[in-house]
Design a protein around this ligand. Sequence first.
Ligand code: F6R
Length: 242
Amino acid sequence: MRIVRTTDYKDMSRKAANIISAQVILKPDSVLGLATGSTPIGTYRQLAEWCAKGDCDFSHVSTYNLDEYRGLSHDHVQSYHYFMRKNFFDHINIDLANTHVPDGANPDYDAACAEYDRIVADAGYPDLQLLGIGRNGHIGFNEPDSVFSKGTHMVNLTQSTIDANSRLFDSPDEVPRQAYTMGVQTIMYAHSILVVANGEDKADAVRAMCFGPVDPQCPASILQLHTNCTVIADEAALSKCP
Ligand code: F6R
């Protein structure tokens, strides 16, 4: 695991965008695994800026997002389908047909998850998987557990995740209680992984991810076993690391 220390959020975002841009320049038909949440928004903005200047071309790229709330339509403003269009896809030259997000609108979770596993496997798994990290060490919606999860599956969200995400909804009651997420094993199949983290509220999780025991109580800790994982974090997020 490589750790890249940045001064602040802007620096983190630019460095993460540089790595994604290099990936796409070196392999124009890259398969990218993408995340939602606040952390990658600056990275997406930077990439969109470079795309507008003609410095980064997404026309042959395909993307696979980590997760989606169960029960929200694709155009619901809090769905991750909507988030990705608003924050990234609408601002780059990607073919929307090449973008994929688990189908939270399909109530049949077995079918929705099996189909997603199939298409991610058919794509050969991401060349680069971008991840954020939750305050409890979750990746995707893989919450602390007694075992590491495998393929795409339905999860019941923990209270801490519901609380953290409620800032984006009109009221905490509106936050969906379930989601579909790629499993930890699927995430580990990515050929390279890039984790972005900023802010003091991530400091415990970043320490556990990078220096704690590999333990499903901190799902991100398994990334220590990945052979090509880079963590880009600001001073505040790294403040509890040795
Ligand atoms: C979202 C996702 C989540 C977030 C995590 C951090 O697709 O996979 O694991 O990365 O909850 O969220 P932020 O960046 O909002 O702190």
